[in-house]
Design a protein around this ligand. Structure first.
Ligand SMILES: C[S@@+](CC[C@H](N)C(=O)[O-])C[C@H]1O[C@@H](n2cnc3c(N)ncnc32)[C@H](O)[C@@H]1O
Length: 515
């Protein structure tokens, strides 16, 4: 390991990801729902991603908010090179990537101040010293009224994994190969321990399923997730301690359902929670109550509650768009402590309206069937619909839409080009949402053909996609083996093409991904 990397994995680049919870529209909407003024996304705001990896989140923000100035920081030069190359391919000039450490960010003064700072999946993978630099940088670079998003692994969900993960790191350190290449051997040893009767596995029966799930993941992801020198799932109280000097206040969670006590902890635990007033103690109780793995905390610099009427006006302006998630027999939400079912008399009219097109909370409150409902019920519904994957806030205002569409189209074409080179990316920019949407690789290839203006005709799309698959060096798999029968491959690609044309196309058009 080099010294500059402080024991963080740098011999292989991380996988390329983007997350809706880090996007300005999601964060600004959470701020309103939690009772605080949002970032003005119609104005030229500044956004920073600390530990941005290959920069896809920052790129999507820059593409969908052409008036924003977006920065990504990461100390791994390979990540910054990848991010800059994507910015250049997409012709994005409002995004800047810098290969700097958190220490340099905390102490230097060359970069500007930001309205939104996000750091996804970083804080629990770095040393205490670097955590301090990270929060120092946040404190120095956030404007008053600015929002911070910090996500990290929580000790309540990882305590049983801690000794296993130490062994993983030790095995990787003793292996001369690249960290991702040492992964199969590490799993082999873990399996030998388990099947050989190591008592730790007997005492933690959940470990087997967890390791089975880990084995499905990309080795580059696993290397960054488990093979760093530092790996410290933390409790909220420790993060609050690190954030103490930033002059920010904790306002709630970007995992929206966690903002509702009734869905975040079992009913019998609510009285214990209600007796606790200190936010850190409440967080400890909540995280123990659902054995939380991962938190997405929101902090704000200046956290005065809004006047009630201003809050109501901002709430009424929140616009929700349908994501395409269908209702089965009932509107259900899988939350921290299990599945909850929404009252049909409330949720059916809400979803009917949103399915017809983006709808403001003000319009929802005016629906005849819902006129007697209180504003707080709409706040709860928005948290549930967003968290349940039924709705996404609309972030891009009317006046910025044409530019956002153009920027997103250029970035999406660059993403498809990477797919055609065999690089696995799983997101596209959705310009009307001001966010990312998840895609499977094959769907991305089909959408790529549509972006080129190929006629929306199934057979032509199947031909194009088969061609792209072959060019990218990918094979379709059947029972884990490459599919060799061309007729069967054609049927499989045909299914994806039909799904895109019949189900996804209307939604993709509604989100501005396609015309
Ligand atoms: C687990 S990855 C998360 C990347 C990205 N946020 C994502 O979610 O895809 C952590 C990132 O933090 C960066 N990093 C770790 N320590 C750092 C430090 N001291 N200064 C700057 N970047 C650092 C790594 O290079 C890596 O890209």
């Amino acid at each position: 390991m080099a010294r500059w990397d402080h024991g963080y994995v740098t011999d292989v680049a991380y996988t390329t990801n983007a997350y809706q919870e880090t996007m300005p529209s999601w964060l600004a909407t959470c701020s309103v729902l939690l009772g605080f003024r949002p970032t003005d996304l119609a104005a030229p705001f500044r956004y920073a991603d600390l530990g941005c990896g290959n920069g896809l989140s920052a790129l999507i923000v820059a593409a969908t908010y052409p008036r924003a100035e977006v920065w990504g920081f990461d100390f791994n030069p390979a990540h910054i090179e990848n991010a800059r190359a994507m910015a250049a391919r997409s012709g994005l000039t409002n995004v800047h990537f810098e290969d700097v450490s958190f220490e340099a960010l905390a102490h230097g003064d060359s970069s500007p101040q930001f309205d939104i700072i996000v750091s996804h999946g970083v804080l629990s993978w770095i040393s205490l010293e670097n955590r301090q630099y990270l929060t120092e940088a946040i404190g120095r670079r956030l404007v008053p009224g600015g929002l911070v998003y910090l996500s990290y692994n929580v000790a309540t969900g990882w305590s049983a994994v801690e000794p296993i993960r130490l062994l993983m790191r030790q095995l990787a350190e003793g292996d001369q190969r690249r960290t991702d290449q040492s992964i199969p051997g590490i799993f082999q040893i873990l399996d030998q321990l388990r099947t050989g009767g190591a008592a730790f596995f007997r005492e933690h029966p959940g470990l087997e399923a967890r390791i089975t799930q880990m084995k499905q993941q990309d080795p580059r992801y696993l290397a960054h997730e488990f093979l760093n020198r530092d790996w410290h799932p933390v409790m909220f109280a420790e993060v609050a301690e690190a954030m103490a000097e930033t002059r920010t206040s904790y306002i709630g969670s970007a995992t929206t359902m966690e903002n509702i006590d009734a869905f975040a902890v079992p009913e019998a635990v609510i009285p214990v929670l209600n007796n606790a007033t200190d936010p850190a103690t409440r967080a400890t109780i909540r995280d123990l109550a659902c054995a939380k793995n991962f938190r997405r905390d929101l902090w704000r610099k200046g956290a005065e509650n809004l006047p009630v009427r201003e809050h109501l006006a901002l709430l009424d302006a929140v616009t929700l768009a349908w994501t395409g998630r269908q209702v089965e027999s009932a509107v259900t939400f899988a939350g921290p402590i299990g599945v909850v079912t929404g009252q049909p008399e409330f949720y059916n009219p809400l979803l009917d309206a949103i399915r017809d097109g983006p709808t403001t909370i003000g319009q929802l409150r005016a629906l005849p069937a819902l006129r007697d409902r209180q504003p707080a019920e709409f706040v709860q519904a928005a948290f549930l619909l967003m968290g349940g994957g039924y709705a996404h806030p609309v972030g891009v205002t009317e006046g910025n839409r044409a530019d956002a569409r153009a920027g997103a189209a250029r970035l999406n074409r660059a993403i498809v080009d990477r797919l055609r080179y065999g690089v696995d990316l799983h997101c596209l920019a959705a310009p009307l949402l001001g966010s990312s949407i998840a895609i499977e690789v094959m769907e991305g290839l089909v959408i790529g053909r549509l972006l080129e203006g190929i006629p929306r005709e199934a057979e032509a799309l199947v031909d194009g996609t088969l061609n792209d698959l072959a060019r990218s060096g990918r094979s379709l798999l059947k029972d884990g083996q490459p599919l060799t029968d061309p007729a069967e491959a054609r049927v499989r690609v045909g299914e994806t093409v039909r799904n895109v044309l019949e189900r996804r196309l209307p939604l993709l058009r509604g989100m501005g991904v396609l015309d």
